[in-house]
Write a protein that binds this ligand. Structure first.
Ligand code: MLT
Length: 407
């Protein structure tokens, strides 16, 4: 008989955002006349930048002509895109990353979910709480945890992010092998300073640990003192992998393009303590299981780095940040404590009640969908996340309805 990977049975019944979508659909079916404004999943709503669309069209036309047609591309990405990424996103900020350390992919969700495959099943993993659920679930699927009880999986080291530590977790007292960090943070919208990130890099160096740094929301940073990349920290090239995406800056959630940076200087170890290059392992995995991102999509992503593309992306982000400020101001004025929304499109609101109850309240009374914090971990039990990804008109309308509902 065909047997299953029983680790899947340890998972919660459905992925957080599918669960929310189902509840929303049920509500809409029962109340077809009600308008629902979605501030739940962080999905962009504005059109792709003009520069990207033009590059996209041009590349599609190239595919129509035998002399410029392209079949399989390099699995790691075309050199034109890897070079633009290394130059603009890293070297321009003083981070020493070369194009062949960049692996272009179809999403940071896939990359952060897949990366754990390279490691032994008995490593110790540190996971923030609250956290983007993909980091946890992908490790559950691979058998690196015990069962789920009291809102947590056995066997993981949870790094709590609360008001006490301003949502930047403390270094754990115990030794851990793999550390997941995300700044600007999803879901809290909190940011980490250079000093705070340097502590993590120093810890990883001392313990031969590896940091998986998710920087998908990096382009929302407006405070000049904040780091955009883990590689701005001294020594990070030896102990960190970074994930980035074109989804939240240039609106590629439906177009799909992202990348991972795996420096050649990162070492990982076998059971005998022999050193191996992480870059070679990831390259082996990537070339075996992935066939590369479509050529027109990579050309569209390259256009993000053109002068016109940069300006359009800045405007897109400014729009979402304006929304974020309005959400934060409204919720604060209504008496709710908030974090995020300043260098991030997410606002983490202390709901002062169970997060699913608050979710239902906003849905029923205001017709607004948010994300219940408990879906991100036990520390989110009394919080919700409100996303600023929508039109200004809808955000204004949603905030008016929430204000009426909560007064
Ligand atoms: C979120 O809402 O947390 C994100 O949109 C999910 C994702 O990017 O996969």
């Amino acid at each position: 008989m065909i047997r299953i990977n029983e680790n899947y049975l340890k998972l919660q019944s459905s992925y957080l955002f599918s669960d929310i979508a189902k509840r929303m659909a049920r509500f809409q079916e029962a109340n077809p006349e009600r308008e629902i404004i979605r501030l739940g999943i962080g999905d962009v709503t504005r059109a792709l930048p003009r520069a990207c669309i033009e590059a996209f069209h041009k590349a599609v036309d190239e595919m129509a002509n035998e002399s410029t047609f392209r079949g399989y591309g390099p699995e790691q990405g075309y050199p034109f895109l890897r070079e633009a990424i290394a130059a603009h996103d890293f070297q321009a900020r003083g981070a020493d990353i070369s194009p062949d350390e960049v692996f272009v992919s179809d999403g940071a969700k896939c990359d952060t979910g897949n990366f754990q495959e390279l490691f032994s099943t008995d490593i110790v993993i540190a996971i923030p709480d609250p956290v983007y659920p993909v980091y946890v679930d992908s490790n559950v699927m691979s058998g690196r945890t015990g069962f789920f009880s009291h809102g947590r999986y056995e066997g993981l080291v949870y790094l709590e992010s609360t008001t006490e530590n301003h949502y930047v977790p403390h270094i754990p007292k115990e030794r851990v092998d793999l550390i997941y960090l995300c700044f600007p943070n999803n879901p809290t919208g909190a940011t980490a300073s250079k000093e705070q990130l340097q502590l993590w890099v120093d810890y990883a160096r001392q313990n031969r640990s590896l940091i998986l740094f998710d920087a998908a929301y990096e382009s929302y940073i407006r405070d000049d003192s904040l780091p955009h990349s883990i590689y701005e920290m001294k020594g990070a090239r030896d102990v960190a992998v970074e994930f980035r995406s074109f989804s939240k800056n240039a609106g590629f959630t439906g177009t799909r393009c992202a990348y991972s940076v795996v420096p050649k200087s990162v070492s990982v170890y076998d059971s005998e303590g022999n050193r191996h290059a992480l870059h070679a392992l990831w390259n082996r995995r990537h070339t075996t299981k992935f066939n590369g991102v479509a050529y027109p999509v990579q050309k569209a992503a390259e256009a993000v780095y053109s002068e016109e593309g940069q300006e359009e992306v800045r405007n897109l982000i400014e729009g979402y940040l304006t929304n974020a400020r309005l959400v934060r101001r409204t919720m604060t004025d209504l008496g709710y404590e908030c974090v995020g929304g300043k260098n991030s499109p997410y606002i983490w609101v202390d709901a002062k009640m169970d997060s699913w109850e608050f979710f239902e309240l906003l849905l029923r009374k205001a017709g607004v969908v948010c994300t219940p914090g408990s879906g991100f971990g036990r520390c989110g039990t009394h919080h919700v996340r409100i996303s600023a990804f929508n039109s200004y008109e809808n955000i204004e309308k949603a905030m008016g309805k929430i204000a009426d509902a909560l007064k």
